[in-house]
Design a protein. Structure first.
Length: 455
């Protein structure tokens, strides 16, 4: 390509380190779309003839078919997807192919392709998150009143419903969807026509190519257009936060599916056995999802480390951006699909959950609240009273709702039989009627909201 400047060929090692075709061929369809838009604009502006434009478009159609059919011969000697397509185009339509690169550079070409690719990846991530939300919603709808222990510090805290717990993740993943939507909106500007870094003397119309490719506008600064990779970093940041959130759910699935908890049972489709222990049902899918979070974070850190010291405008360092983004995209997309399938397929053990919810005196706060409301005590004093009663129940190995009234009155004589109305799990959960609370009636409200949102 640059034989006019260089007398000798590249060193052998350059043929190893320079080519990117092994990974950037994933952008073939985006490259063809960008070339079509550029070609039509060149003809519209009378920069190339209509005949040459039609020949180029005819050749691009053939190249597209060959790539989709798997008959296209990719060559490492041609370095990247752009030169591979351009070379084949020349074989197909002759000299007209050489006119396609008028008024553009590989610098604006590659980042145009990349923005198009990341925009599609954002849409796929949003879709995957929505499917996961739907799977969580379906389980939450079935178990809106199923009692389970709520934890803080991994110690029993207060009883909640399983539906309420699952809807917490629905909320979390909705924010993740918003991050991908924001990323897509911000990256949706066209660099095409910025050329190498300074623009071009040809009378191009960048608004036409931007509109053709579905971009909101052309980027205002040609230097920024070819050098900016914050859109890729933002995508990786969204992937990283989402992976962190999905990892928390994966950790709970691993925990819930152990015999020690027994809250849920994963199907054979999402578990594996052991090579030596025939009784094992290992939650491998959940563990792999949890483990892959580190990989996605690594992709973000790797690209941030590449970009942080780069001066404007383009450096071949930026060739490192795509593998990191492609790897993160593959990882989060398969993780989302696996998690949605696992959630949809899981069976819930209501009885075990309820029994577990009884441990650890989870209605102690309800006891303290009763003392505040009925005996007009300050909450700190009520807290102390409830703590002393819990100690008596613990010594007697009884739950609070089974502790005799005289034991409570030994701590606070003003306590009456009425206190037992607030000490059951059901009473505790039903009392949590504040907006966003775990009371089944409130959970039904949340379900109604999400039913409309997830249609």
């Amino acid at each position: 390509m640059w034989g006019g400047r260089f007398a000798a060929g590249p060193a052998a090692i350059m043929e190893v380190i320079t080519p990117s075709i092994d990974f950037d061929k994933r952008m073939a369809m985006q490259d063809i779309a960008g070339s079509r838009a550029h070609c039509r604009m060149l003809a519209l502006q009378q920069i190339i003839s209509q005949f040459d434009a039609e020949e180029i478009l005819r050749g691009l159609d053939i190249v597209e078919r060959e790539i989709k059919d798997g008959t296209f011969a990719f060559s490492r000697k041609l370095e990247d997807i752009h030169l591979n397509i351009e070379n084949r185009l020349k074989e197909l339509v002759g000299d007209a192919a050489g006119r396609l690169h008028t008024a553009r550079s590989r610098n604006d070409q590659v980042v145009t392709d990349f923005r198009l690719w990341v925009r599609e990846a954002c849409a796929r991530a949003e879709e995957g998150l929505q499917e996961l939300q739907r799977a969580l919603f379906a389980q939450a709808e079935k178990h809106y009143a199923t009692l389970m222990p709520g934890y803080t510090h991994m110690q029993p805290a207060q009883p909640i419903t399983f539906g309420h717990h699952l809807l917490a993740y629905v909320e979390m993943f909705y924010r993740d969807r918003g991050r991908f939507a924001d990323c897509s909106k911000r990256l949706n500007e066209s660099p095409l026509g910025a050329a190498a870094l300074a623009g071009t003397p040809y009378p191009i119309d960048r608004d036409v190519t931007a509109k053709t490719l579905g971009f909101a506008r052309a980027m205002r600064n040609s230097l920024d257009a070819v050098s900016a990779r914050d859109f890729a970093l933002e995508y990786l940041a969204a992937c990283t936060i989402m992976s962190t959130n999905i990892s928390r759910l994966a950790a709970e699935i691993v925990q819930w599916s152990t015999p020690a908890f027994g809250f849920i049972r994963l199907s054979d489709a999402f578990t594996t056995g052991s090579s030596i222990m025939p009784q094992k049902r290992n939650p491998d899918a959940a563990e792999l999802i949890r483990g892959k979070t580190g990989r996605v974070l690594g992709d973000f850190v790797a690209l941030a480390s590449v970009v942080k010291g780069l001066v404007l405008a383009y450096g071949t360092d930026l060739q490192e951006d795509k593998e990191r983004v492609f790897d993160a995209a593959d990882t989060v997309e398969v993780s989302l699909a696996a998690m949605a399938g696992m959630i949809a397929d899981a069976s819930v053990n209501d009885t075990v959950m309820r029994t577990a919810a009884e441990a650890g005196f989870p209605t102690a706060t309800d006891l303290a609240d009763w003392v505040v409301v009925k005996l007009k005590k300050p909450f700190r004093e009520a807290h102390h009273i409830a703590g002393a009663i819990v100690k008596r129940a613990e010594d007697a190995r009884l739950t609070l709702d089974k502790l005799p009234l005289k034991e409570m009155q030994a701590v606070e004589p003003g306590i009456t039989e009425d206190v037992y109305k607030v000490l059951s799990l059901e009473a505790s959960v039903n009392a949590r009627m504040s907006y966003g609370g775990t009371a089944p009636d409130r959970v039904r409200e949340q379900l109604y909201f999400w039913r409309e949102k997830l249609k």
